[in-house]
Ligand binder design. Structure first.
Ligand code: ZN
Ligand code: ZN
Length: 272
């Protein structure tokens, strides 16, 4: 702990975001040890592709969601299960509109992604978009808050507006499992601003400006707006707060791969 951190702790004591007890001891975290212990880990052997539960089908290497969805993302990581503390924090973030928890969850996710063996493959971080209506009602997109912290930690660009959400998301709870999976098709699109894609990228902390998309980094025929392969060979990390069936991130991955992204990876705060 630096002297500045010590001084800040003295001036602004931190209280646990899980239970409000405090003040917390030295360090940068926002959780007391008791609340940290309420994070339910993924378990010893989660599904290698989506971090889901392998369950009784553990003999096969794919979980139920992957067998149904056949997602094109090649790996996923999560802080833990959508239970206990993570569930509490996600609910308060989204439905209690407590945007500060986006930073808390984002830092927890960044801690996880940072030590993930696949992190070096990431060239750009992309949050899962929400519809404009939902964003207006909530005041923010929780996935963006998380993605911002992850991109900052990995020191890679954050593409806030690369993807957009179309139409009205289906009322998921009322649909059958199979219908829920196929209902996501066509709800996520890659924006097509031609040569103007570069301004959509924002570099958190501006540490490193990767020559990515548009502008000088691309061959002329692609700058001229060729529709395919705009993300050719770029490793993209799709970030969301929760993955339930994985249908939404699978749809985001599908449109990114269609544009040439390789690999597409997924990081979520909580995996159901
Ligand atoms: Zn606590
Ligand atoms: Zn899976």
């Amino acid at each position: 702990m630096s002297a500045i951190d010590g001084l800040l702790d003295l001036l602004y004591p931190r209280f646990c975001v899980g239970c409000s007890r405090g003040p917390l001891g030295p360090g940068r975290g926002w959780l007391c040890p008791r609340c940290q212990a309420r994070i339910v880990p993924l378990g010893p052997e989660p599904c290698p592709r989506c971090a889901g539960r392998l369950g009784v089908a553990a003999a096969v290497s794919r979980c139920r969601d992957c067998r149904a969805l056949r997602p094109v993302f090649s790996g996923a990581v999560a802080v833990g299960r959508y239970e206990g503390l993570l569930r509490d924090l996600v609910v308060r973030l989204k439905y209690g509109r407590d945007a500060f928890l986006g930073r808390v969850l984002g830092d927890l996710l960044a801690d996880t992604v940072e030590i993930w063996p696949r992190a070096p493959e990431v060239d750009v971080v992309v949050p899962v978009p929400i519809t404009a209506g939902r964003r207006w009602r909530r005041g923010f997109n929780q996935a963006e808050l998380l993605a911002e912290r992850v991109a900052r930690r990995l020191r890679v660009p954050l593409a806030l507006r690369l993807l957009r959400r179309r139409g009205r998301p289906p009322v998921q709870a009322s649909l059958s499992r199979t219908a829920r999976l196929s209902a996501q098709r066509g709800t996520v699109a890659v924006r097509d601003p031609g040569p103007r894609l570069a301004p959509l990228l924002r570099i958190p902390g501006a540490r490193r400006l990767a020559p990515l998309l548009g502008g000088g980094g691309l061959p002329a025929e692609r700058r001229a707006g060729r529709r395919t392969g705009r993300l050719e060979g770029k490793g993209i990390l799709v970030v969301d707060d929760v993955m339930t069936t994985g249908a939404t991130v699978a749809e985001a991955a599908r449109v990114l791969v269609r544009e040439g992204a390789d690999p597409v990876l997924v990081a979520v705060a909580a995996r159901a």
